[in-house]
Design a protein around this ligand. Structure first.
Ligand SMILES: [Cu+2]
Length: 362
């Protein structure tokens, strides 16, 4: 994770030097006209314009949390009840404790504006997840039997959206988002686990390790950008509301929780080629409704109640916009750290999320 941040910083610095060196040819694109890179569907295009983009995300989670407080692995293993206790072979408490998770996502985006008031966008996501666990020996006590890692990778869900311009004045812009997330991500991924009795069966992995929702999920949102829209240096700002609704159960018998995202940012454009940003992001994710009867185990992630989350993140970002022969090219990075987290039940906690993006409009 640390090396990734360093690599990103180095790439950004090198690119900024090359882009700034070309800036004297007269910039047509401005660094601050886009939101920080982790904000999706933040801008619209003019008639006939196409944009391709690639974003990389790395989310790092370590240690667990119950509500607003950290909880130790030993406490989970000895005190948190196992909802499956009573079925054969299930211990009374959660004897398998996730200790760490990394989620990486490669996002390939396409935007196209058939006219000046509508921009269409699609995103193809490739997801890789791995989760490390500690298995405690038998039904009680704090003796550790061993550790194991489960891994999944593949295509995630595919959002399609139309961004509709509602206002386009010299001082601010406003557009609405309406779309749908297609269930292209798997909900039936399996891997080997280590049980408290020492078995290593192949099982369907718990909810956070699956790649998609299994449902068609409507997306709605509203994005406002203001301040600096044409001058070379100065402040800009923006805000976005975006919600993803779950309106049906998937084939496995459950639906993931709705996701509501509210974010606001300010950015300062140092030159047409470079801007930096500060952002607050609030995520409210509901708990899972229903249950996949195949997902059973003495582990927090197998309980649909351990899925709701309210989290406030602070994001630091940088945007570079090319000019001259690099006009239309953008390079961006954003680093998010949580300011507050409140989980429903026991969950791994997010420690940091890194985004890196490249965009090219023509
Ligand atoms: Cu675009």
């Amino acid at each position: 994770m640390r090396s990734l941040v360093l690599i990103s910083i180095v790439v950004c610095v090198i690119s900024s030097i090359s882009i700034v060196a070309r800036a004297d040819t007269g910039a047509e694109t401005h660094a601050s006209t886009h939101a920080p890179i982790a904000v999706m569907g933040d801008h619209v295009h003019e008639k006939g314009e196409v944009m391709i983009s690639y974003r990389y995300m790395n989310m790092d989670m370590q240690g667990s949390r119950l509500g607003g407080d950290a909880i130790s692995d030993n406490t989970i293993a000895t005190t948190i009840p196992n909802r499956f206790f009573g079925t054969p072979g299930q211990p009374p408490t959660l004897r398998i404790v996730p200790t760490e998770m990394t989620m990486e996502m490669h996002m390939f985006g396409l935007m196209y504006a058939p006219n000046d008031s509508v921009t269409l966008m699609a995103m193809l996501n490739y997801v890789e997840k791995d989760m490390t666990h500690t298995t405690y020996r038998g039904g009680r006590g704090t003796n550790v039997l061993g550790q194991f890692v489960t891994k999944t990778k593949g295509v995630g869900d595919t959002p399609l959206a139309a961004l509709v311009t509602l206002a386009n004045s010299p001082t601010y812009k406003l557009h609405g988002t309406i779309g749908i997330s297609l269930p292209t991500g798997s909900t039936t991924k399996e891997d080997d686990v280590l049980t408290p009795m020492g078995g290593t069966p192949t099982v369907r992995l718990p909810y956070p390790m699956q790649l998609g929702s299994g449902t068609f999920d409507p997306i709605v949102g509203l994005t406002y950008t203001g301040g600096l829209l044409s001058s070379d240096t100065g402040w800009g700002y923006g805000a976005q509301w975006r919600s993803l609704f779950r309106i049906q159960d998937n084939d496995e018998g459950y639906q993931l929780g709705d996701e509501h995202n509210l974010t606001g940012w300010v950015n300062y454009q140092w030159s047409p080629a470079v801007s930096t940003s500060l952002r607050l992001n609030y995520l409210d994710r509901g708990k899972i409704d229903g249950i996949d009867s195949i997902i059973v185990g003495p582990v927090q992630t197998a309980d649909p109640n351990n899925a709701g989350l309210k989290q406030l993140d602070l994001g630091l970002g940088v945007n570079f916009a090319g000019s001259g022969s690099w006009n239309g090219h953008r390079l961006s990075a954003e680093y998010l750290v949580p300011l507050s987290r409140d989980t429903s039940g026991v969950q791994l906690e997010t420690d940091a999320t890194m985004y890196f993006g490249y965009q090219y409009a023509f």
